[in-house]
Design a protein around this ligand. Structure first.
Ligand SMILES: N[C@@H](CCC(=O)N[C@@H](CS)C(=O)NCC(=O)O)C(=O)O
Ligand SMILES: [Fe+2]
Length: 289
């Protein structure tokens, strides 16, 4: 049975990261975004560290980690026996936090994989490669980004005796993929499917019709109780299921025509970091860093 733990712990590391972030080249961006600062400050001042742990009975270690400035989830999966680990969607600013946890759990990080070429934050993959000897990066071959391993439909990302299967789910970007655990109990959907939402389709080759098809054909065909872990959540939601999203997702329960119309009229401001994040992520996060 899965076990969800909400763990509260004072985190010195987080406040150090926050201090660093405030002193980073992103300060002008951050100071323009007082809402993000306010929310971030609240998170740090309460010292909340959230993570879920489940599946250890099936021989898999699992942690959900959160980066509050871009509201990005990073996922750590590892084999309990061999200790081989994979990180999904690491963020540049939280690389040291992730490595500390990996070290504390006695794991060997083999792979850092991205669900797509992110537009809102710089991936931690390049920095991780510098810090962890032998670490390989992976991303979809359709992403246009550099990595050691280029993934396509059906490929397997292995860690010990476990693996994730790649399902191509383009639409938010050309190179979006969903990673599904071998027992189909968890899907890491990137920005294709968010909890009660989905990734925007107005930049990076976005296409609403394509996204609708991807979600319906590649994610909604998974078992109903398959847990959905997205790349972001802006409201504090941590996990959903395929059944829940099939029933309650306010966009993807609509017809394709209605969906396209909704996506055309979102009128979202462009991500604040897009002009630095995309060029950096095309080269594994190392551009000008
Ligand atoms: N306010 C955020 C923008 C976040 C954003 O646009 N996120 C993309 C994913 S990279 C998205 O698809 N968001 C969907 C939404 O906000 O509904 C920022 O400046 O970074
Ligand atoms: Fe994205």
């Amino acid at each position: 049975m899965s076990l969800i733990i909400r763990r509260l712990k004072p985190t010195l590391a987080y406040s150090q990261i926050y201090q660093k972030t405030r002193q980073s080249p992103f300060v002008p961006f951050l100071s323009r975004r007082s809402d993000v600062i306010k929310n971030t400050t609240l998170l740090f001042s309460t010292g909340v560290r959230l993570y879920c742990a489940r599946m250890e009975s099936k021989g898999v270690i699992f942690r959900q980690l959160f980066e509050p400035v871009s509201s990005t989830y990073t996922y750590l999966l590892a084999d309990t026996e061999t200790k081989e680990a994979v990180l999904i969607d690491p963020v540049l600013e939280t690389v040291d936090r992730d490595l500390k946890l990996i070290d504390e759990l006695g794991l060997k990080l083999k792979l850092a994989v991205n669900t797509h070429c992110h537009a809102d934050h710089i991936t931690g993959t390049g920095l991780l490669k510098k810090k962890v000897f032998g670490l390989k990066s992976a991303i979809s071959k359709h992403s246009g980004a550099a990595a050691d391993v280029m993934l396509s439909e059906g490929d397997r990302v292995t860690f010990g005796k476990h693996h994730l299967t790649v399902r191509e789910t383009p639409g938010h970007t050309d190179g979006c993929v969903t990673y599904v655990t071998d027992d189909q109990s968890m899907a890491f959907t990137g920005d294709a499917l968010l909890i009660r939402g989905c990734g925007r389709t107005d930049f990076q080759q976005g296409c609403a019709k394509r996204l609708y098809e991807s979600v319906h054909k590649k994610i909604f065909t998974l078992p109903g109780n398959c847990l959905v872990y997205p790349a972001h959540d802006y409201k504090g939601q941590m996990v959903s299921t395929v059944d829940e999203e099939k029933k309650f997702n306010p966009r993807l329960t609509k017809s394709v025509e209605e969906f396209v119309d909704i996506m055309k009229n979102l009128n979202l401001p462009k991500p604040a970091k897009i002009d630095i994040a995309v060029p950096a992520n095309l080269v594994c996060g190392l551009h000008d860093v």
